[in-house]
Design a protein around this ligand. Structure first.
Ligand SMILES: Cc1cc2nc3c(=O)[nH]c(=O)nc-3n(C[C@H](O)[C@H](O)[C@H](O)COP(=O)(O)OP(=O)(O)OC[C@H]3O[C@@H](n4cnc5c(N)ncnc54)[C@H](O)[C@@H]3O)c2cc1C
Length: 366
């Protein structure tokens, strides 16, 4: 008797992308198998898991945030029930405003009904009176929250393992055989293979031509016993209440780096910003770093390899994986199953010219 496993999709990587895609395909009746090389320092395991409706100094709505938030707000609670675990925490976020200029910018932006709809009501601002360094206003927004991504990955890993759907190990292209009905990878036979390798995609010769613009991020967990835990705080930095008087504080952005290890300079940067925000004592209890899988145009990256049929990628979740993953895993699954078109902005075809340039350089021995 053969002990070969057969599935529709072999997924490489059980970070946020691979896990959300696996749950999505399973929910649509497809069979999957996942191969993952477990590491503590992946983007998903280090991430703060924050989501919020507006971004940046210019205070603009995040790309597609209305659709992404409403999709995620159904998707994750559904999985919480299935996995019998709590890891998704929608809530209000408070923007700390310190100058008249900042306040004027916010007031102008709040004339936009698309942004004003996220203003939160019934907010207990007074709890921060003596806890924050001098501030002018606190603006509270709904449509925010955070996700304990590491916990989501852990409970999913357990469920996939129990169902015999996950194997621990590093994918090696040498073990992949193309056959008439798809692929054989060791004892697994699959119709299609989907790479969800995060920033490791750059080490995979199949995808190393993609113009990723990876950024290293560092993050702290602090203990601050007298800081209220009701709201997420934002002021350039975010402070996410994790419970038990612990807060996640982050994060830094660095585009020049040689490794994924935490650095003293990033820690100092976070601490000095934090000291400009909170007026209560705190202690650092953890410091982590990882590389975000970001593309040049900051959009997800989905689709088929330009030459290798049935080799797909789901990547480029960048800084907003929590909201992007469920919506685009669903789009991707519909594309795979029924050929439904993907959103133009996320299609891998936008980078095919980079593949052609890389191939022509190689053929010229460049
Ligand atoms: C400091 C920091 C803070 C962040 N904060 C937020 C935030 O607040 N909100 C938010 O939405 N996003 C945040 N992010 C971004 C978020 O982490 C990413 O968008 C998302 O988690 C990326 O998931 P991924 O699955 O694509 O990649 P990864 O998390 O890198 O997962 C890839 C997985 O594939 C495995 N793998 C790779 N290659 C192979 C192989 N060849 N064989 C087998 N397995 C393989 C890896 O081991 C890993 O398990 C943050 C990131 C960082 C670094």
């Amino acid at each position: 008797m053969s002990d070969q496993l057969s599935c529709d999709y072999l997924i490489i990587g059980q970070g946020l992308a691979g896990t959300v895609l696996a749950h999505t395909l399973l929910s649509k009746g497809k069979s999957i198998f996942i191969l993952d090389e477990y590491r503590d320092s992946t983007s998903s395991r280090v991430a703060a898991g924050l989501f919020h409706p507006v971004t940046g100094r210019r205070i603009v709505k995040s790309w597609m945030v209305d659709e992404l938030f409403s999709f995620a707000n159904n998707f994750y609670p559904g999985l919480e029930k299935l996995l019998e675990s709590k890891f998704f925490f929608p809530g209000n976020l408070i923007e700390i405003i310190s100058s008249a200029h900042e306040y004027n910018v916010w007031s102008e932006r709040l004339d936009d009904p698309g942004i004003a709809r996220y203003l939160a009501t019934d907010v207990r601002r007074e709890i921060y009176d003596d806890k924050l360094i001098r501030f002018l206003k606190l603006i509270a927004l709904s449509g925010a929250g955070w996700m304990d991504i590491a916990k989501y990955l852990d409970v999913s890993l357990k469920a996939f393992s129990k169902a015999g759907l996950l194997h621990s190990g590093k994918f090696s292209g040498q073990d992949l055989e193309v056959c008439e009905t798809g692929f054989n990878y060791k004892h697994i036979r699959a119709d299609k293979i989907i790479f969800c390798e995060g920033s490791d995609a750059l080490q995979n010769p199949l995808w190393s031509w993609i113009p990723f613009l990876q950024s290293k991020g560092e993050i702290l967990t602090i203990q601050a016993n007298t800081l209220p835990e009701e709201y997420i705080l934002m002021k350039g930095l975010f402070l996410i209440p994790l419970g038990k008087n612990r807060f996640r504080v982050g994060s830094t952005y660095s585009w020049k780096f040689t490794d994924e290890l935490p650095t003293e300079s990033a820690k100092l940067e976070l601490v000095s910003k934090l000291e400009e925000i909170i007026a209560v004592p705190f202690e650092i209890i953890e410091h982590k770093a990882a590389i975000r899988p970001t593309t040049k145009d900051r959009r997800p990256l989905i689709g088929e390899h330009p030459l290798r049929k049935n080799h797909f990628i789901f990547n480029g979740l960048g800084t907003k994986g929590v909201l992007l993953a469920p919506y685009f895993a669903n789009e991707f699954a519909n594309y795979l199953i029924s050929g439904k078109e993907l959103n133009q902005e996320v299609r891998i075809e936008r980078f095919y010219s980079a593949f052609n340039s890389a191939s022509s350089l190689l053929s010229k021995g460049g």
